[in-house]
Design a protein around this ligand. Structure first.
Ligand code: NAP
Length: 249
């Protein structure tokens, strides 16, 4: 594996499981020191840190509900106190509360916007402060093809993910002069707990709509994140990289 992220300090929100876990493993495998943020999955985050360290990498975990302004501030304060900087931020934490709009409660809309979009804004704001001092950095915001194409039953989730794309482009314009790159990555249909509850018929239909003929793996997403985080993507900012087996094109 290439070690093109040696010496970099990386924070992955919601890093303990699912896509976030694969991103942590990939970044650590390429030499980054990885901070695994978690909210409820403490045991999973602990196991992941142990797995990274056993493989010769460097990682630590850090609890915070990223939808909570105070907890985000405390997390970044702790990161700066320990490492002095942050080089890579991956805003991965996300939830769904699916329903058709007639049945969806305002709280389901608010929860999804706060956990998926507001958290992304809060973490970008804190990371940008440290990155601007250093005049370098890479932020990768995990959106979704649903934020591009829409999806019935996901008005809240699609709004949050479309918002992330607008946030990404706007912030990319604000911080480019300081050599900070901000990109979004839009996974398609990926095999994690988030998609595990979907019925077999929905899964089969979704796979039929994927030209490459399979669901994505967390590793498929992690490899693309590692690319955007690295200097190999040095001239790429403000973009949304779609990683979906061709589902939306
Ligand atoms: P997942 O398996 O359900 O994992 C969700 C992750 O988000 C967990 O690590 C969870 O951490 C974290 N999280 C949720 N609320 C949080 C909060 N308030 N503070 C901190 N962390 C929080 O989902 P996934 O499939 O890996 O999804 C990861 C990202 O990819 C999400 O942004 C999702 O929208 C996006 N995505 C997924 C798919 C897909 O098909 N799976 C497709 C497109 C986009 P805790 O368990 O510690 O709370």
């Amino acid at each position: 594996m290439t070690s093109n992220l040696s010496g970099k300090i990386a924070l992955v929100t919601g890093g303990g499981r699912g896509i976030g876990r694969a991103i942590c493993l990939e970044l650590a495998g390429r030499g980054a020191t990885v901070i695994v943020n978690y909210n409820r999955s403490a045991a999973a985050a602990e196991n992941l840190v142990a797995q990274i360290e056993a493989a010769g990498g460097t990682a630590r975990n850090m609890p915070a509900d990223v939808s909570d302004e105070q907890q985000v501030a405390a997390m970044f304060k702790a990161i700066i106190a320990e490492y002095g900087t942050i080089d890579i931020l991956v805003n991965n934490a996300g939830v769904t509360r699916d329903n058709i709009i007639m049945m969806m409660k305002p709280a389901d809309f608010d929860d999804v916007i706060e956990t998926n979009l507001r958290s992304c804004w809060l973490c970008c704001k804190s990371a940008a402060r440290a990155m601007m001092r250093k005049r370098s950095g890479s932020i990768i915001n995990i959106t979704s093809v649903v934020g591009i194409a829409g999806n019935g039953g996901q008005t809240n989730y699609a709004a949050s993910k479309a918002g992330i794309i607008g946030l990404t482009k706007s912030l990319a314009k604000e911080v480019a002069a300081r050599s900070i790159r901000v990109n979004a990555l839009a996974p398609g249909f990926v095999d994690t707990e988030m998609t595990a509850d979907l019925g077999d018929d929905i899964r089969e239909k979704a796979i039929e709509a994927i030209p490459l003929g399979r669901m994505g793996t967390p590793k498929d997403i992690a490899k693309a994140v590692a690319f955007l985080a690295s200097d190999e993507a040095a001239y790429i900012t403000g973009q949304t990289l779609v990683v979906d087996g061709g589902m939306v094109m």
